[in-house]
Each structure stands twice: as C-alpha cells, then as structure tokens.
Design a protein around this ligand. Structure first.
Ligand SMILES: Cc1cc2nc3c(=O)[nH]c(=O)nc-3n(C[C@H](O)[C@H](O)[C@H](O)COP(=O)(O)O)c2cc1C
Length: 315
C-alpha cells in the first residue's frame, strides 16, 4: 500500500513528489529551480529585488533544463514588481509564490492567466486573509527556516493553519529529510517546502563557501539578525552576523534606517554570500536544519531519498 497524496494542486502541476524547493533570492536560480522540477518536485525561482530582464533570463535558464512547470517567487515590495509580473505572464509561468507583502491586488489578474498563487504565511491570521482573497494554497513557514522569518515554529503553526483554512497547506521551516516530511503530513500539511536542503545540492549555484558552511553547520549554528533593525532573518553564525547582532543593540538608540538602506543591507549582503562566498560581509541565510545536512547531493537524490523515507514512515 502506498501513501495517497491529497493535493490536487500538485497533480495539476504533474509533480511526482509533494516537495517544493522554496524561492530563495539570489540562491534560487533558474538552473536550480528547473532541476528540481525536472526531478519531480516543484522548483521556484527566487527573484528578490531583480529587474524584469534578469527574471526573464532565469526563466529561460530553467527552461534549458526542464519543460515541466516551475514557479517564480516575487518580492512584492520590489519597485520592479509590475514589470516582473508582466514577464511572468508573458513567459507562461504556472505558479507565483510570494514572501513579504500582500499579493491580493494581483490575484485576479494572475488567475485569469491560469497562474496559481501560493503565498508564504507566518500566522493563522494571514493564512485566513489569504484564503479569503482567493489564493490557491498557503505555505505555513516556521521560524526554524532560513531567510526572513516570523515568530512561530513549524510544529505549532502548521496544525493551527490547517484547522483554520480549507485550502492546501504546505509546511516549511526545518524540514530536511523524510522524517520532517512525514511529521508535516501528520500535522495536516499536504506538501512541504524546503530551502536550506536545496542550498546544499549539486545543482545549487551558491558559492562553494556557502555550500560548505551549510554542510559544516551544527544544530546551534544559526542566529537571527534584524530583531531590532530591519526584518528578522535567519542566517548562519559568522563573524559578520555576530557583529551585526551586537551592532543592532548599539544602534537601537539611533533612528531606524530608511527602507532603501535596509534593502541595500539585506539584498547586498545576501548577494555577497551567494555570489562571492564573502564571509566578512555576506549574510549566509540558512535554517536550523543545516545541522542535519552533512553532504551535497544532486536534487534528484534529495527528492527521491526524502520521499522514500517519508513514505515508509507514513505507511
Ligand atoms: C538563502 C535563502 C533565501 C531565501 N529567500 C526567500 C525569498 O526571497 N522569498 C521567500 O518567500 N522565501 C525565501 N526563503 C525561504 C525559503 O523559500 C523556504 O521557505 C525556507 O528556506 C524553508 O525553510 P528551511 O530553510 O528550513 O528549509 C529563503 C531561504 C533561504 C535559505
């Protein structure tokens, strides 16, 4: 007997595994996302603050490795957002995922082009609001995850969101193998999203220093920046991130930096980690599950091994 998947969305997208590679600004390139979709998951390109041309280029790079559907994660606060949506529509992308910001003004337009809208939510309130606005599913993401985070854990958030909405709930945050996937299903999720696990894949295009840092990290090797200034983000402990946290405590006395300065700080420091592997000024966004990840694998093996272990447990 095999575990039955209960997610019509995943069937519609022709996925073999109920596993999404979460959009990751800079790190979620077209090559990585295309490779995940090709191997039977759903890959999502992370576009962060990219301009429309760069988004189009990465969509084309995904198409070089797959003709299966993949998604694009958009940063709704980006000043290029309108042009980014135009590219997504023109290119016939099948899924739009959103992180920070409210996708409601765009939902009708995206649906009219047969594009599924799947926002990430950190709370029950936002999940309910998104359901009311007509999204197709929500990703309930706990604060164990890499990147920007809310304040609830995956264990507490997922079942509460599942009870509150009638659309599919995808669990994210702290999932790195089949045990995590099985646990998410037990909490009522009908799919999972992983980010950190895919950073340490062969197809990931982050700098070698970044991949090695994830593989070497132990359970307690992440911290949260932006508790005081800017937005909360989970990153690996480095000299830079430890100093950042110290500095925040000093800076609290001063006026909050403006939105442009925060964008520059976050976007720039993540780019330096992903592209240059710069341990002095880069922000190595990664989740608490880094401690469980001890080797680089091809994405096909990540998907296959993870689901084989989950299915065994679930059955
Ligand atoms: C380097 C990095 C960058 C990320 N950037 C984004 C982003 O731009 N938009 C977004 O919605 N989520 C972003 N995330 C979150 C992931 O999509 C995913 O939900 C999260 O990594 C899941 O938790 P895990 O890291 O424990 O697997 C990012 C995560 C990482 C590690």
């Amino acid at each position: 007997m095999s575990f039955e998947l209960n997610n019509p969305l995943f069937e519609k997208l022709g996925m073999k595994y109920p596993i999404i590679q979460g959009g990751m600004a800079w790190a979620g390139t077209g090559h990585l996302a295309g490779s995940v979709s090709e191997a039977g998951g759903l890959g999502i390109i992370g576009t962060g603050y990219w301009k429309a041309d760069k988004v189009r280029e990465e969509i084309h790079r995904a198409r070089e490795v797959t003709d299966k559907p993949f998604g694009v994660n958009v940063m709704l606060l980006s000043r290029h957002i309108r042009e980014v949506f135009d590219v997504i529509i023109e290119e016939g992308v099948k899924v739009v995922a959103t992180g920070a910001g409210d996708p409601s003004p765009f939902i009708e337009e995206l649906h009219s082009h047969d594009i599924l809208v799947i926002p990430v939510v950190p709370s029950v309130g936002l999940a309910k609001m998104m359901e009311k606005k007509g999204v197709d599913a929500v990703v309930a993401e706990g604060m164990e995850s890499g990147g920007h985070i809310g304040s609830l854990t995956t264990m507490t958030l997922v079942p509460q969101v599942v009870d509150a909405v009638n659309i599919p709930v995808i669990a994210a945050g702290g999932i790195g193998d089949g045990r995590g996937v099985a646990a998410a299903f037990m909490l009522g999720a009908s799919g999972v999203q992983m980010g950190t696990r895919f950073l340490a894949s062969e197809e990931s295009e982050v700098h070698e220093n970044f991949k090695n840092a994830v593989v070497k990290a132990k359970d307690i090797d992440t911290l949260v920046t932006g508790e005081i200034m800017g937005n909360r983000a989970r990153v690996l402990k480095t000299k830079m991130s430890k100093n950042f946290v110290k500095q925040e405590r000093i800076e609290i006395q001063k006026p909050k930096p403006d939105a442009d300065a925060i964008e520059d700080l976050e976007n720039g420091s993540l780019r330096r980690a992903v592209k240059d592997g710069d341990k002095t000024t880069g922000a190595f966004m990664a989740g608490q599950i880094s401690g469980l990840i001890t080797e680089l694998k091809p994405v096909s093996a990540i998907l296959e091994d993870t689901w084989a272990q989950a299915e065994k447990l679930l059955n």
